[in-house]
Design a protein around this ligand. Structure first.
Ligand code: FAD
Length: 394
């Protein structure tokens, strides 16, 4: 089968959805095709580890993005784009279908990073998709013992969600304290306490070396020689950017496999754009980077859609990030790296943490402090060390 579209989008995630909606803001009639390897329509991934688990009044229908209804895009799901010919302006899929394009957006995000000794299976989920949520939700009904691998935000959130859903949870992570990679020590201790108070068992300072699965469950062999046994394992170790399709098309890529774009989200080939987790872009405040957060996927997606449809704007939004575990919630902008110098400003109900690289504030964490991300961006944009941090952001 061959189809031609004015706008072809590879990848059926949140950036793809936002881009189709951005196109429609300026072009009511152009044809839009979306080729996505998942069998489900674009869906808000943050809900997969938060609201769908903990809010009984919130359903998948409430969360749905309705890409097809809202944009009249044609969705080609369960189809992996595997060949891009940027001269011929065509994309071919693993099923042998081909698509011609006027403008092409690569919004392929990333695939979960996998452990060498632990293949995905019925008992091992590398957590990312709606299908994974369905499988885990069904398994969680019986209150199983789940071992979660990874202390980043996905591992932390899914640990909290499972624990709040009646599962017994063991969290395996390589650090000494959960959250120590991004939090100053006093906050990391509070963060970890939220898990232990909820009854989560923490196996700190270890990595998974290999694992076996069988009818009785899963056994993970850990780097200290011990074994973590459970009914199933959920792994959250970040993603590998899915930029290979750009390499096929002779498009510039970053060292980590992302796709290099300019401030107008254009790649090195004419009429080919990239956005979302896969895009390596020049941030207006922080410089070139790749961001794996939803605010970036939706804002960059909407902007690239408008640009492809003729807008002369640039992408100048420095994205925020948010996370919720138990009764802790935070928003953040920029780089949160506990190895940087940090300054903690305790406030009535929360904390503002500044991360400094030399004299420049490169990241701000707003822990139980809300509606302050614009203030955080202003502090970072100034490029100078503030005279005093107390009450700088309220
Ligand atoms: C469980 C979970 C919770 C999260 N929570 C938060 C949060 O609280 N806050 C936050 O800021 N961010 C959060 N994120 C991150 C956020 O969801 C992502 O940044 C965002 O979804 C990225 O969107 P994207 O469209 O760029 O990429 P993706 O969502 O990865 O979508 C890309 C799509 O392209 C498909 N694809 C890849 N290669 C091909 C190909 N060759 N052909 C066809 N299709 C292809 C992929 O299968 C995928 O469906 C969370 C992510 C997960 C998984």
């Amino acid at each position: 089968m061959h189809s031609d579209y004015d706008y072809l989008i590879i990848g059926g995630g949140m950036a793809a959805d936002a881009a189709a909606k951005g196109i429609r803001e300026l072009d009511a009639d152009g044809t839009i095709g979306i080729v996505g390897e998942e069998t489900t329509a674009p869906f808000p991934r943050p809900d997969l580890s938060k609201k769908l688990w903990i809010d009984p009044d919130y359903s998948e229908d409430d969360a749905a993005l309705h890409t097809e209804d809202k944009t009249r895009a044609t969705l080609h799901l369960g189809a992996r784009a595997q060949n891009l010919d940027a001269e011929d302006r065509t994309v071919a899929t693993d099923a042998g279908d081909t698509f011609g394009y006027g403008k092409l957006l690569i919004a392929t995000g990333g695939h979960p990073r996998q452990l060498a000794g632990l293949a995905p299976s019925a008992r091992v989920i590398y957590y990312r998709t709606l299908d994974h949520y369905h499988r885990l939700r069904a398994a969680a009904k019986g209150g199983p013992h789940v071992v979660v691998v990874g202390g980043g935000y996905i591992g932390s959130e899914i640990t909290a969600a499972l624990s709040q859903s009646g599962c017994t949870v063991t969290l395996v992570h390589p650090g000494a304290v959960v959250g120590e990679h991004f939090l100053p020590s006093e906050l990391a201790e509070q963060y970890e306490r939220a898990f232990t108070d909820a009854g989560v068992t923490i196996r700190a300072g270890v990595r998974v070396e290999s694992g076996t699965t069988g009818p009785a469950g899963v056994e993970l062999r850990l780097s200290d020689g011990s074994v973590a046994a459970a009914d199933l394992a959920v792994v959250g170790l970040g993603i590998e950017p899915a930029g290979a399709i750009a390499g096929d098309g002779g498009i510039d890529r970053s060292a980590d496999g992302g796709i290099v774009v300019d401030a107008r989200l254009a790649t090195s080939r004419p009429d080919v754009y990239a956005a979302g987790d896969v895009a390596d872009y020049p941030d207006a405040i922080l410089g070139r980077r790749r961001v794996e957060h939803v605010d970036n996927a939706t804002e960059m997606g909407r902007t690239v859609g408008r640009i492809m449809a003729g807008s002369d704007e640039v992408y100048d939004h420095t994205p925020l990030f948010y996370s919720d575990v138990f009764d802790i919630g935070y928003e953040a902008v920029g780089t949160l790296d506990a190895e940087l110098e940090t300054v903690v400003d305790a406030q009535d109900d929360g904390y503002v943490v500044y991360y400094l690289d030399g004299d420049q504030v490169v990241g701000v964490l707003l822990w139980n402090v809300w509606d302050a991300t614009d203030q955080a961006r202003a502090v970072m944009r100034s490029g100078e060390r503030p005279d005093s941090f107390a009450g700088l952001i309220t």
